[in-house]
Design a protein around this ligand. Structure first.
Ligand code: ADP
Length: 163
């Protein structure tokens, strides 16, 4: 069974993330969404909320694609998390050139730590490429419409946060 790990903060999960998840299901039998606890980043949503939103949004994708999808909270090294969940590949999404530089470094360093786990990069559909959780939160905080960036459930949760 081929297992992939898609790590991130998912604060909150966006249509960009979901597009990457859907694309990743083609590559693996089981996709583990690694939800970084990330206390330093001071996430808007609690770990429980971020996991719950991912699970709710991924249920349909799992049913449609036949790929098993589960969320897994992690607070350790990415490469150790990959080993914990039995992943042979790490999936990352690439947006702009800005993502590339950081990802390039991460792969280089992770390779030194564990050379047997391959990282693959996927690009979201053009429509979703510009979406970033950070900007979605900023728009929601200022009362803007985020319906083109997140699902209706996530939108409701965002609106409730800034009410
Ligand atoms: P963000 O940077 O939006 O806060 P995360 O840290 O949760 O998101 O990112 C998890 C992974 O998803 C990263 O590999 C990131 O590059 C990717 N990703 C996030 N948004 C998009 C998008 N709109 N298109 C492609 N990849 C994305």
């Amino acid at each position: 069974m081929r297992i992939g790990l898609y790590p991130g903060t998912f604060d909150p999960v966006t249509l960009g993330h979901l597009d990457i998840i859907r694309r990743a299901t083609v590559l693996v039998d089981k996709l583990v969404i690694g939800v970084a606890i990330n206390r330093d980043k001071g996430p808007l949503f609690s770990l429980e909320d971020r996991v719950a939103m991912i699970e709710a949004e991924c249920a349909d994708i799992a049913a449609e694609t036949g790929c098993q999808i589960e969320a897994h909270a992690f607070d350790n090294l990415l490469i150790d998390c990959a080993q914990d969940v039995g992943a042979s590949i790490i999936v990352r999404g690439l947006r702009a050139v800005a993502d590339f530089e950081y990802e390039y470094q991460m792969v280089g360093m992770n390779r030194v730590l564990n050379n047997s786990i391959e990282t693959v990069f996927l690009m979201a559909d053009a429509e979703y490429q510009a979406i970033a959780s950070k900007l979605v939160k900023e728009i929601a905080r200022l009362g803007g419409d985020v319906s083109r960036f997140v699902t209706p459930t996530v939108q409701r949760n965002l609106v409730a946060k800034f009410d």
